[in-house]
Structure formats: C-alpha cells, structure tokens
Design a protein around this ligand. Structure first.
Ligand code: NAI
Ligand code: UGA
Length: 470
C-alpha cells in the first residue's frame, strides 16, 4: 500500500513538529495538519517563522523547507480526512476534570470526536494512527465507533505513540531511539503497519522501528513516561536525604549513573518534574491499574506523583523558612517559568505551584522567563483558582529584563534551567539585591563556590548548607 496523502488531526506540540519532520523527509507525500483552533493554524501559516505557535530549536528551518511544498496547515478538517489514506490523531488527552475518574483518567472526548468525524466523512478505506498518548485498549473503542457508524468503509487502527521531548523535539524526531508501531496481527493489520514503517524508513534505520501488538504499543507509552518520571522522583527523594546527611546529590547521581545498568540520564535532582504528560500519564496508569483491581500496582506508581508534589512544596517551604519564616511583602524573583529549558510550554510547570505556595504566604513575585509570555503566566495562575485574577496581577509581576527582575529582591529562585541564567553577571545582580542575598537554585545550574565567593547565601537542591559553604 503506497500512501500519498496524510492528514493529522491536532496541530499542537506533537502534531506540528512530528508532521513537519515527516513531510520534510517524505517530499512525495502530501501532509495536511488540521486543527479546529484557527489562531493556531494561522500561526503555523505565518510568513514570519518566529511566530510559529510553539518554540522548538530547529523547527523553523524544517517548516520553511516543507511548508507549501508538501506540508499544509488548515482548518478544513473534513476535506483533509476525505483526501487522506492515513490519518494521524494527535489531539490532546488531558486528565479528566469531571465525572467518573476525575483527576485520574484520561479524558478521551477529543479522541472520540475525531473518530466520529472520520467515520462520518470517510468514503474510502483508511488507516487511522493513534499518535496521542492513550489508555491501553483505546484502539478497540476507536474501532467500535468507526465500524458501527462508518459508511461500510474498512479501517485499520495503528498505535504509534510519540516519544519526543519538548525542547529537543526536532532532534528527537530526526534521530529517535526507536519508533513504535502497534497493529492488528491479521494480514490487513500487518499491511497497514508496513505502510507506516515505509514512511519512517525514509529517514530512520529499519532496526529502530519496532512493531508490536496494539495493546503493547499503547501501554509502552504510558510505561516509558512512568519510568522516566520515576527516576526523577527517585533522585528527588534522595536529594532530601543528601541535604540532611551532608551527601551531595550531584555526586550521588554521578556515582550511581556510572553503573551501566543504571545509566546517567534522568538523574538530575530538581524542584520537581513538570510538563503536560508525566503526571497525566502516571495518573492514567494508576487509574487503569485500579480499574482492574490492581491496588498495589496503582499505589506503587502513585508514589511517583506524591513525591513530586512534595518536592515542589518542599522548595517553597525552604524559601519561607530561610527568609526568617516570613515572605509576606517580600519580593521574590523567579528566573524561569517554563517546565524545562528551550520550550515556551508551561503546562504543569513546578514554577506555577511554587508561586502559588509563596503567594499564599503573601510574597510579591516578579517573574522573568526568556520565552514565556505574561498572559500565559497569569493564565497558569488563574487556572488554579486559588485567588482572584486581580489579586494574582497585584501580587505577581512579569518583566522582560532579568536584571530588572532581580533588582531589590529579597530572594531569587531559579525554576527553569535556561542556559542564559548561567552567564548572567551575578556580581552585578548581587549589588542590586537586598542583603542577605538569598538564591535558591531549583535546577542546580549555578556554581556554588562562585555564588558564595560573590557573597550570596546560596541554597541548591540536594546539598546541605554546611557542605556548600565549605
Ligand atoms: N507535548 C508533548 O511533548 C507530547 C505529547 N504527547 C501526547 O500527544 C497528544 C497531543 O499533545 P500536544 O500536542 O501536547 O497537545 P496540544 O494541546 O498542544 O495539541 C492538541 C491540538 O488538538 C486540537 N484538537 C482537539 N480536538 C480536535 C478536533 N476534534 N479536531 C481538530 N483539532 C482538534 C487542539 O485544538 C490542539 O491544538 C497528547 O495525547 C499527549 O499526551 C506525546 C508525546 C509528547
Ligand atoms: O509524553 C511526553 O509528553 C514526553 O514526556 C517527556 O518529555 P517532556 O515532558 O517534554 O520533557 P522531559 O525532558 O522528559 O522533562 C520532563 C520534566 O522532568 C524534569 N527532569 C527531567 C530530567 C531530570 O533528570 N530531572 C528533571 O527534573 C524536567 O525539568 C521537566 O520538568 C518524555 O521525556 C518524552 O519521551 C515524552 O514523549
């Protein structure tokens, strides 16, 4: 089966970059990315490439090469579905905020809407590819909808989860550790899988393209995120132990990471993991385990989230206790709001929760982030519903100059590991802040010795004060 037309529903953080790279590497395939969000599509079509709706290093160049050639962004969802032989579903699958499974299960309403729309529009056989992260066995639900409400058209459902990380999306897409494709074990299923394998083979060696049954593929995505997040929570748990014992979590990470069975990655202690997926996917895994009555399995994974919440709270508490048990009326400067560097995404960023905790203590926060807009920051805070939008705007200010942000601060907290923070003139910042000059490094990016030589009272995750003062 030769694919000439691809449609992707959902032009977000995954649909946009994934399809851009796929189109760049398959100039013979027409790729149309559709979304109901007109503003987002307009931004993807903006002639000024710095206005793309998401910031990812290297993305502009890929879009520039493929857009208008064989890559198109459109709001004409029906037309794109009708024309395509293969349809990727890449819509959001957030945690449910209502009804059964509230706060745990994935909300599949957007997925179901896509399936119903495909069923309604399709006049020829289609391969439907789950690109969104979904609970295991969702393919069955999609198949049911397509088969019972379709027009006698045959559908093959494939699972093809995405493993890219934000900030390195283009690199991850160009050079993935593996591509995972799950499909039915029938002849038709195998044929559909081969059609998708052929597309990826345009730039990825065949041995890195893994084919499995649908359920293994769906579940592997949740499990991969759970394992990654678990490593962060594990090292964060150890960070507290380091602080009280005089061990240094950076040294412990290095020592254990050199064991090739453990490996060095994802062992960086931090203020807590954020991002749209780790928490959502683990909660989803916990919910699935519970729904099968596997309570011990559910409890085991839930602990990863409990630890992460604790780490964020602990960071805020440390600021309050160090500042003589009160931050009321004190200016606390946040360097960074994004959930990690090199992205403008703030979903579930630790900064939001640390800010909320400090605002509850009546702190006055000033935020500087090189890529996150003021409106986004206020939306994040307002979404929590802890206090009125007016109150949030009164207590928290956003500025676009880091030195101005730090001026007259009682404390500086580093919430994102942006490279530029390392290169600041910390001597100049020291002159401008209120003394004692407190810095709380939630990302362990600054050099403790340098900071202390300048005169800062520097606190870093996973290092006891006595040790960093040596
Ligand atoms: N953000 C990430 O780094 C990663 C996300 N994922 C998964 O990929 C999926 C998508 O995530 P993101 O791209 O981050 O979400 P997103 O929220 O950035 O994008 C989803 C897009 O789908 C659109 N949409 C929703 N319903 C639609 C419909 N019926 N028709 C047309 N468009 C519709 C929305 O308007 C939105 O623009 C989720 O399941 C997520 O778990 C997987 C790997 C990485
Ligand atoms: O499903 C998803 O959405 C994606 O989730 C993560 O990617 P992402 O959330 O974009 O970014 P990560 O690099 O995984 O970082 C997640 C969070 O963990 C934190 N982190 C990461 C690594 C570490 O050692 N320490 C640490 O605190 C980061 O600062 C960040 O807040 C996974 O890495 C991707 O494989 C997956 O596709």
């Amino acid at each position: 089966m030769i694919i000439k037309n691809i449609c992707c529903i959902g032009a977000g953080y995954v649909g946009g970059p994934t399809m851009s790279v796929l189109a760049q590497k398959n100039p013979h395939i027409k790729v149309t990315v559709v979304d109901i969000n007109q503003e987002r599509i307009a931004a993807w079509n903006d002639t000024d490439l710095s206005n793309l709706p998401i910031y990812e290093p290297g993305l502009k160049e890929v879009v520039q090469e493929a857009r208008g050639r064989n890559l198109f962004f459109s709001t004409e969802v029906k037309k794109a579905i009708d024309e395509a032989e293969m349809i990727f579903i890449s819509v959001n699958t957030p945690t449910k905020t209502y009804g059964k499974g509230k706060g745990m299960a994935a909300d599949l309403k957007y997925i179901e809407l896509c399936a119903r729309q495909i069923a309604k529009v399709a006049k020829s056989d289609k391969i439907v590819v789950e690109k969104s992260t979904l609970p295991v066995r969702t393919a069955q639900a999609i198949k049911d909808i397509l088969d019972y409400t379709g027009n006698g058209v045959t559908f093959q459902i494939l699972s093809n989860p995405e493993f890219l990380a934000e900030g390195t999306a283009v690199q991850d897409l160009l050079n993935p550790d593996r591509v995972l494709i799950g499909g039915e074990e029938s002849e038709e299923g195998k044929e559909a899988m081969e059609a998708l394998v052929a597309i990826y083979e345009s730039w990825i060696p065949r041995e890195r393209i893994l084919t499995t049954n649908v359920w293994s593929s769906e579940l592997s995505k949740l499990v991969a995120n759970a394992f990654l997040a678990q490593r962060v929570s594990s090292i964060n748990a150890i960070s507290e132990l380091c602080e009280v014992t005089g061990a240094n979590v950076g040294e412990v990470s290095r020592a254990i990471g050199m064991d090739s069975r453990i490996g060095p990655k994802f062992l960086k202690a931090s203020v807590g993991f954020g991002g749209s997926c780790f928490q959502k996917d683990i909660l989803n895994l916990v919910y699935i385990a519970k729904s099968y009555g596997l309570n011990e399995v559910a409890d085991y994974w839930e602990q990863v989230i409990i630890m992460n919440d604790y780490q964020k709270r602990r960071f805020a508490d440390k600021i309050v206790s160090t500042l003589y048990n009160t931050v009321s009326g004190k200016k606390i400067t946040f360097l960074g709001w994004a959930f990690k560097k090199d992205t403008n995404d703030t979903r579930e960023s630790a900064a939001i929760y640390v800010a909320d905790a400090l605002l509850n203590e009546q702190a006055e926060i000033t935020v500087y982030d090189p890529k996150v807009s003021e409106s986004r920051i206020y939306e994040d805070l307002d979404y929590l519903g802890t206090r009125s939008p007016e109150e949030n705007r009164r207590l928290l200010k956003v500025v676009n100059d880091p030195y101005q942000a730090c001026k007259d601060a009682h404390a500086i907290a580093i919430l994102t590991e942006w490279d530029e923070f390392i290169t600041y003139d910390w001597g100049k910042i020291y002159e401008a802040v209120i003394k004692p000059a407190f810095v709380f490094d939630g990302r362990k990016i600054l050099d403790a010795e340098m900071m202390e030589t300048i005169g800062f009272d520097y606190t870093s995750i996973g290092v006891s004060k006595t040790q960093s003062n040596k």
